[in-house]
Design a protein around this ligand. Structure first.
Ligand code: SF4
Length: 280
């Protein structure tokens, strides 16, 4: 089978940085002495490798032994969590991506400038839960939100978005917001260019091939967005984590397959998948 790879795919600088910080912290503090607050990235294989190297995991700073270091992953955390970690005497290893940090700063600045802050994003995503902690009040909206119900009836809005959303989705949401009578709306672009490049490359490839494979964690927001965009481009698309989930029926009658991957997917997973697919 002919296999084409997306020109931009896989690990982003934020994820590479978080893995490097985790490895360096294990080296500095010792195996079993560093605890990640949630999985470092949305990729089971990488999380398992780091666990084997000595990185523990916990869902709450309260359960971490005070002698240990806590790793803040690339999605970041709200300030109360960092304060609780400091109060408990934990050493903080901060691997928050710089672009997520910028979104955290933007939320605070918009609030300080007197805007009603609106974040376009998934309210259950850890990045969003962290970012909204940097202002006393932020309204989070996604495509299912009833805007009439949650937005203020008038005033000045300060708008930002979850870093992994597509520009098209954010533009759609802004158009819906602007149907309401605001005298001012300040939009700060917090989208991640690395994600945008992967999305453009995926759409381009989806238009050329018979079937698309998008590799990455099933809970990874940016991987799910890639799969959604490929489907929207009119291509049959399968979102898989690894080659283990592949089934021959997925390529029956197809000649050319495209492969791309989310920002948490290592190149080894992509190359193994492409090699196996080519060998069919
Ligand atoms: S996808 Fe972008 S914002 Fe998210 S961790 Fe990677 S570089 Fe940072």
């Amino acid at each position: 089978m002919e296999v084409k790879l997306a020109s931009s795919r896989g690990f982003c600088v934020g994820v590479e940085g978080a893995i490097a910080r985790a490895e360096a912290a294990i080296k500095e503090h010792g195996a079993g002495q560093v605890v990640s607050l949630g999985p470092v990235i949305h990729n089971e294989q990488v999380v398992r490798q780091l666990e084997e190297a000595g990185l523990d995991q916990s869902g709450d700073v309260e359960t971490i032994d005070a002698s240990k270091a806590v790793l803040i992953r690339s999605h970041g955390e709200p300030p109360e969590t960092l304060k609780r970690a400091r109060d408990r005497g934990l050493t903080i290893v901060d691997a928050t991506c710089v672009l997520v940090k910028r979104a955290q700063d933007v939320v605070g600045q918009l609030h300080d400038e007197g805007y009603h802050v609106v974040m376009i994003g998934d309210p259950n995503h850890p990045e969003v839960r962290g970012v909204i902690g940097y202002a006393p009040k932020v309204t989070v909206i996604d495509q299912d939100t009833d805007l009439d119900e949650v937005l203020p009836s008038r005033g000045r809005l300060g708008i930002l978005a979850q870093t992994t959303h597509s520009p098209e989705h954010v533009a759609d949401m802004i158009a819906k917001i602007l149907k309401h009578p605001y005298r001012e709306a300040k939009i700060v672009n917090t989208l991640c260019l690395e994600v945008t490049r992967r999305q453009e490359a995926a759409i381009e490839l989806a238009r050329e091939v018979d079937v698309m494979f998008v590799l990455g964690g099933l809970h990874s927001a940016n991987t799910r967005e890639l799969a959604r965009l490929c489907r929207e481009a009119g291509c049959e698309t399968h979102h898989l984590e690894t080659w283990a989930q592949f089934e021959p029926v997925m390529v029956e009658g197809r000649q050319v397959a495209g492969v791309t991957a989310g920002a948490s997917t290592p190149e080894s997973v992509i190359s193994t998948f492409a090699r196996e697919l080519e060998a069919l």
